[in-house]
Write a protein that binds this ligand. Structure first.
Ligand SMILES: Cc1cc2nc3c(=O)[nH]c(=O)nc-3n(C[C@H](O)[C@H](O)[C@H](O)COP(=O)(O)OP(=O)(O)OC[C@H]3O[C@@H](n4cnc5c(N)ncnc54)[C@H](O)[C@@H]3O)c2cc1C
Length: 388
């Protein structure tokens, strides 16, 4: 069976990695730019298991296991600086305590709910006003999206997967040397099944395949600061946001390397940010958005007045209109597997959702990840995209 995967971000490469481990599949990855040339290379790199929803936790714990595999086998640099989520009300405290129990059952030994005193010991500069405590995962942290993708390309290349960069997919027709022919600006590729893992371009590629998907591509910025010499400790990733519990987007920041801090605003839901065309949006940071974060940081880290703002960048959170990740056969053509909608959280889950998409591609059903049936694309999404 010939499978063509469109997109060499974390998800497309995760699909290809899983396909490479299956018998009877010849896999080709087509990428219009270069590995991690989309959202994956523009992310803040956080890998996080600190979630309160059991489904989310199961996928994330497995995702971090896969990342640790890549660390062991290929030296992927997982910087385990810790992840701390602020708890501001009693319901969130209870949900976080449950999360810790679930994490124990899933093999995460070191996560804890900590009180404000312990927060201050770990992050002495942090203003803990209004915080009851935090959900603390000392062995979560961040990685480099480009490094991850390059390691995956090497690994799947060694397993016989062809990766074609600077090759833009333009359409799909029936027949040829296999069930379908995938058209690109650099020739045609035979395919029996095609996986559309084009991130923010999922809608555009889907349209060219007559397998439409409605995307809501939110533009998000991240900012870089130089830390004063006097800090003397490593900032974990601190997030004023607990998924499933916090309604609005919240500030996050973390140490970057040895001397910098990266910060931004994050929500797993649509945050009302500008919706953009992935081929035409401003990739720098805007001063008005930066000012919001600079102001929040000043209030959150009041002792760090001399934090030097260094500019920033913008990329896309690829949200699917379905409101969650979408993994599964397209309702109009089950030979097209849709894989996307990872929004602002693809690095922890990309490899696992890639495995699920590979199962759909190879077997037409889920085997190892039956619980991810819930991520199938609803039939109405295709119709809405056509009508809308
Ligand atoms: C500022 C910012 C901060 C973020 N921080 C985090 C974070 O800390 N942690 C986290 O987990 N997530 C974070 N994210 C989100 C994360 O980057 C995404 O969830 C993830 O990268 C999506 O991966 P993907 O493989 O689906 O898409 P992409 O990485 O965009 O990959 C899609 C690929 O498809 C290719 N493509 C598109 N069209 C075609 C075509 N026609 N033919 C061939 N190839 C094509 C593109 O070039 C691209 O390389 C952040 C995102 C941004 C913007």
């Amino acid at each position: 069976m010939k499978v063509v995967v469109v997109g060499a971000g974390v998800l497309g490469l995760g699909v290809a990695r899983a396909l490479a481990a299956m018998d009877g599949v010849q896999t080709t990855v087509l990428e219009s730019r270069y590995p991690a040339g989309g959202s994956t290379g523009l992310s803040a790199g956080a890998f996080i298991r600190q979630y309160v929803d059991e489904h989310e936790l199961v996928v994330r714990c497995a995702g971090v296991e896969r990342l640790a595999e890549l660390e062991q086998r290929h030296g992927l640099n997982l910087r385990r600086i810790g992840v701390m989520r602020a708890i501001r009300d009693a319901d969130t405290w209870t949900a976080c305590e449950r999360s810790v129990e679930m994490q124990r059952r899933l093999g995460v030994e070191d996560s804890r709910v900590i009180d404000a005193e312990e927060i201050s010991r770990l992050v002495p500069h942090l203003n803990t006003d209004g915080m009851l405590g935090a959900l603390w995962g000392p062995s979560d942290g961040y990685l480099d999206g480009a490094e991850l993708c390059n390691i995956l390309v090497d690994e799947i290349g060694a397993a016989g997967v062809g990766v074609h960069v600077r090759t833009t997919v333009t359409g799909l027709s029936r027949g040829g040397a296999a069930k379908y022919t995938v058209h690109t600006d650099h020739g045609n590729f035979p395919a029996d099944v095609i996986v559309n893992a084009a991130g923010a371009w999922l809608g555009k590629v889907g349209e060219s395949f007559d397998a439409p998907v409605e995307m809501l591509n939110e533009r998000h910025e991240a900012y870089i600061f130089v830390l004063p010499e006097t800090v003397g400790y490593t900032f974990p990733l601190v997030a004023d946001y607990v998924p499933s519990m916090t309604a609005d987007e919240g500030l996050y920041f973390r140490h970057e390397g040895t001397h910098q801090l990266i910060a931004g605003l994050h929500s797993n839901e649509l945050a009302g940010a500008e919706l953009v065309d992935p081929d035409d949006f401003y990739k720098g940071a805007t001063q008005d958005r930066a000012d919001v974060v600079i102001d929040l940081l000043a209030r959150t880290l009041p002792g760090l007045d001399d934090l030097g703002y260094q500019g920033g960048w913008a990329g896309i959170y690829p949200h699917a209109a379905a409101g969650r990740a979408i993994i599964g056969p397209h309702p109009d053509n089950p030979d097209v597997i849709v894989a996307g909608g990872l929004a602002g959280q693809g690095l922890t889950v990309g490899l696992i959702l890639g495995e699920a998409a590979a199962e759909w591609a190879r077997y037409g059903e889920l085997r190892e990840w039956p619980s991810l049936e819930r991520l199938k694309l609803p039939a109405t999404t295709a119709t809405e995209a056509v009508d809308g």
